[in-house]
Design a protein around this ligand. Structure first.
Ligand code: ATP
Length: 252
């Protein structure tokens, strides 16, 4: 199993946030984590990436407990794009190249530069390679940090609301690209999203978090009128529109 989270718990000081999380992810899955503000989604990603240390239960990567994998190795296997990122003054090219750090021993290689250039082309950001990242728009920056995570060539890509600053077309462009790159490079994305319809369009697996627990986990069928009501506390229509499952909140 690529990732296995078993009865995992985490607290900030004496405040228990994750209260026995269980789920598994297989290679090739495209996973969306959904849930209301404060339900523990970002905390869960940080535990998987070892930014936070879980206190009980277990998290295993390819059947090995992440506690036994050193951080350098973790960085070769898991890339993480946080919800908020601090922006240093470097060029777009250098910022993306930094994603290769887990592989660079002495010097940056031709291969590292080639991978960086190719990723910039794929994400259509090569035209601003030499611009400073602290001078980019929110959407442009979001593409740069995504490119940086992708050149890391991870097995698992953790993304915390990767489309929050993107316009409608860019949201779908980025998700389409992500789906293609994930398939080509055998990267398994695990994405925190607030847009349920975007999640429904791209994911095959859904994890609904509620109060620090997995309320429901599974395929598209777990997104229904009842789970929307239970998790988000709203009444919604769940419709099939041109073969695409769509959630439309009822007016209230
Ligand atoms: N560093 C911290 N110290 C103490 N409490 C924290 C810290 N970070 C988050 N929390 C709390 O942990 C809970 C879960 O936060 P988390 O950011 O994981 O939620 P989330 O589901 O990602 O929320 P959102 O959708 O708003 O981004 C919240 O109650 C939050 O206030």
């Amino acid at each position: 199993m690529l990732l296995s989270v078993n009865n995992m718990e985490f607290s900030y000081k004496d405040m228990k946030i994750l209260k026995g999380i269980d789920f598994t992810v297989e290679e090739g899955d495209f996973v969306s984590i959904l849930g209301i503000n404060g339900s523990g989604k970002s905390t869960l990603l940080k535990c998987i990436n070892k930014i936070l240390n879980y206190e009980s239960g277990s998290i295993s990567l390819n059947d090995e407990d992440i506690k036994n994998i050193d951080n350098f190795k973790i960085a070769q296997k898991i890339a993480y794009v946080p919800q908020k990122f601090s922006v240093e003054r470097s060029t777009v090219f250098d910022a993306i190249l930094l994603g290769r750090r887990p592989y660079i021993t002495w010097n940056v290689s031709e291969k590292d530069i080639e991978i960086t250039k190719n990723m910039m082309k794929l994400l259509n950001i090569n035209s601003y390679a030499l611009r400073y990242i602290n001078e980019l728009s929110g959407g442009e920056l979001q593409k740069v940090v995504l490119a940086r995570a992708l050149v890391q060539d991870p097995e698992i890509l953790l993304l915390d609301e990767p489309t929050s600053d993107l316009d409608l077309k860019n949201q779908y462009d980025v998700m389409n690209l992500l789906k293609t790159i994930a398939k080509d490079k055998k990267i398994t994305p695990i994405i925190v999203l607030h847009d349920i319809n975007l999640a429904l369009r791209y994911s095959n697996k859904f994890i609904l978090l509620k109060d620090g627990k997995v309320f429901s986990c599974g395929g598209e069928d777990i997104i229904n009128v009842n789970t929307i009501k239970e998790v988000y506390g709203i009444d919604a229509y769940v419709k099939d529109i041109n073969g695409i499952k769509t959630v439309i909140p009822k007016p209230y």
